[in-house]
Every structure is written in structure tokens, then in C-alpha cells.
Design a protein around this ligand. Sequence first.
Ligand SMILES: C[S@@+](CC[C@H](N)C(=O)[O-])C[C@H]1O[C@@H](n2cnc3c(N)ncnc32)[C@H](O)[C@@H]1O
Length: 447
Amino acid sequence: MDAIATDIPDTLKLVDHPTARNAAVATRELPIGTVVLTEPVLTSVLFSYQTGRRCDYCNRSDQAEPELRIRKCTGCEVQGYCGELCQKRHWDSGHKLICRVLFRFMMSDACAALPHDQEVDCRVLSQLVAEIALQRPESAASIDIFESLLPSPHGLEVPPIVPMRRVDHNLLSRVPTLYQRFPNNNHVVQNHLRGIGVAILPLTSRLLNHSCSPNAVLRYILSASEKPRAEVVTIREISEGEEVSIPYLDPAISYPERQNRLKDTYGFDCSCKLCTVQSSMDIHPVDATQVLPLVDLLDPMLCQLAFGEGITIDFQLPEEQLCVRLPEDLQPLMDDSILSVLTERFRLAFRERFFEAAMTVGKTIFAIYLCIYPPYYPQIGVHVLDMAQVAWEKYLNEKIRENLDIVSIYLAIARRILDVYGREGDSGGPLDEANALLGTIQSEEQK
Ligand SMILES: C[S@@+](CC[C@H](N)C(=O)[O-])C[C@H]1O[C@@H](n2cnc3c(N)ncnc32)[C@H](O)[C@@H]1O
């Protein structure tokens, strides 16, 4: 049975915070790559596009593990499980109150009319209410923490929940208060940096505030017959007394848009290091037709800042994101319209096998990421691994021996970053891919 995390781990302690109620600070120096908190989800649901592809209890996928067979629950014909134990555990944690009525409810007009976000919320809320109704001793403390969380800054229209036995008037009257905690506390379950569902993690939500310049990130561990488990892992060295913070949203979103979303959903004005430096910058959306000329113009200066003499075997990641010392001329590159045009171009060039073009645009993306993200942020690792894959394809295409060194350099950088983030989600993730590519290069070198 999953242990439910309710105690503050010995790596952290809560202190007062002037606007966020509390902040979790490190009780000792924490090296990079330390897991400071681990918490199985109190409850979670998969996004509908994952239904039938993953087990609704452990979230493992039959695509990553072909020996798994996801079988539908014969009662509701909606949820799917990879085995009897997962089915039993899901049943015991609430599905037994929902099963009989779930299909009819999901086909109802009330449910069909919900926008996607609310449809997911409605399933999470129903699952949470069922968990509460069952009064299982093992989840009581976690539910108490959830109800003690800071509420959303706005009044919310509560979505309908699945009609259930055992949900009395008292519990029904608590539903709006429970839902009021959703928008600013719930988490997206990620597999290799892609969202697969939504989870309630009361202790993680209680402890960790947001920063766009975070020193920790969440990763999800999927194991047989267990609920997904969230781990908070440090991506910088953290000193004793320093606040540990995670990103609630992608720091690559442009500064004004980030501020709006943080204010609207979470109710605060962010004053992290990235927001402080970007608040004095002149950042405007760049018209799509102007992105490439602007990038062509600024790329040499950007690459000089990010890579100095070039990306060689001695390349050292910067100490912190380069935004803190970004020259004024490069500031227009901080609008996210630039990154979306460049990432699309990178994807297209790779797909069409224009390797030289992909390497050039990929290097610019890498430099922009180093401006925005902390150096060991997992998105950078995944991108640099993509660069190594492009370089490898280019080598295979041309068979120029020196180009194999370029593959090795990008791969070494990617592995350094991905080693910190560690293994998460399905098997065969970025770290496994990086290790497989390393093996391939080593055998090529021996030829
Ligand atoms: C998931 S909770 C974080 C835990 C919260 N500190 C507590 O004491 O329960 C999210 C809420 O914390 C507050 N918060 C989180 N990060 C913040 C920050 N960087 N600055 C100000 N308030 C923040 C906001 O009220 C937000 O809606």
C-alpha cells in the first residue's frame, strides 16, 4: 500500500513568508540532484487522450511496456488497468463509489458541455470526493492538508461531480471549498516533460512556492501497482536557509504573459530573479515575419555570450541563467514568439533531413534556453539531446569523422543535465536515449 506523505521531510522547514503565508527553506546545504521531497499522488486522473493507453492507477503505458495490457473495467467501461492489483487499489481508493454511474455521467449533457479543463477537474473532484467519502485512515491527514491550502484568488463555478452513494449533505457542502483549492494547487503529471494527467499532491502544494528561476523541479516516478509518485529534485546547489522553489509555469513564457497568468491563477506578483531582470527589459511580441531577420542579426552576439569561443569538449554550463547579464541589444530575443518560430523550424529541418539548418537553428535555441532557464533545467537537456541526435544523423549522412566529435560534445552536455533530472516516467526516456546513443557512438569510434 502506498505511504501517504504528510510530514515535512528533514531537508525542509517552513518559515513565514510576507505574501505567500509560508516558504519551505533548506535545513542544510543540498547538493544538485537531491530529492528533497517525495509524495505519492492523493488522487490523479489521466487526460482523456491517454485513456486506454495508460493504467488509470499506476499510469504506466502499454506503448513503453508492450508486455502490459490495459484492460477496461467491466463495470464502467471507462477506466483501464494493467492488472488486478491496480484495479483493486483504484477500486478501494474511490472507484467503487463511481464505477456504476461513471459511463452514464460522462455521456450526460452536463458533462459533454464542459470545456476540456473543467472536464478534467470534474473527474479529479469526483475522485477526491469519493476518497473523502470512504474515510480511509491512510488518506485522512493528506486530505486535511489539502483543505488547509491557500484558495484560488477568484470565486469559481464548481463543475458537476459524479453522483455517488455515501456522499452525504455534509460532504457535498464541502465540495466548493475543495474545488477552490484546485487552480492554484493542482499539478500536471508529466512523462518526459509532456503532461499526461492532473494530480493532487497536498504536501508538495503546501510546501513549495513558485519561482520562474527555480532551484528545484518536479518529476514523476511510475512503478508497478503504485500510484504515481512525485519527487522534488534540486537543479542547483542550495544553501542552508535558502528557499526551495519550483516553477508553476514554463519560465520561457514571455514576462508580461507570465505575470498575468501568475496573478490571475495564483494571485501574486512574481518578484523572482528572472522577473526582476525582465521587468526592466523592453519585451514585445515579434511579428512572425520578423523573427528570422532579427535572429540572423543578433545570433553572433547571442552565441558569443552563450558559448564564448564555441561549443567544444571543454564547454562549461554557466553558473546561472544568462538573462541576468543580457546586453540590451539581445533583449528582444526574450519574447516567446521567437522560440516558437525557432522550435518549429528546428523540428521541420530535422524531419526534412536538412541537418546543417537544424544544427544552426538548434544552437540558437540552446543559447536562448541558457538565457531563460537555470543551466540544469531538464528542457535544456532534452533539447541538447535532440541536437546530438541531429549531429549523429548528419554524421551518418556524410561520414566525416570530425563530425562524430560534435555528436559526442552535445551528448556529453545533454547527459550532464539529464543526469541531474534523473529517470522519470516511462522507461526509454531521454536519459535512456542518451545512454543508448553513447553506446552507438562508442561502437562507431571503435570501427
Ligand atoms: C501551492 S501554494 C504554495 C504554498 C503556500 N505558500 C502555502 O502556504 O500554502 C500556491 C499559493 O502560494 C502563494 N505563492 C506561491 N508562490 C508564491 C510566490 N513566489 N510569491 C507569492 N506568493 C506565492 C500564492 O498564494 C499561491 O496561490
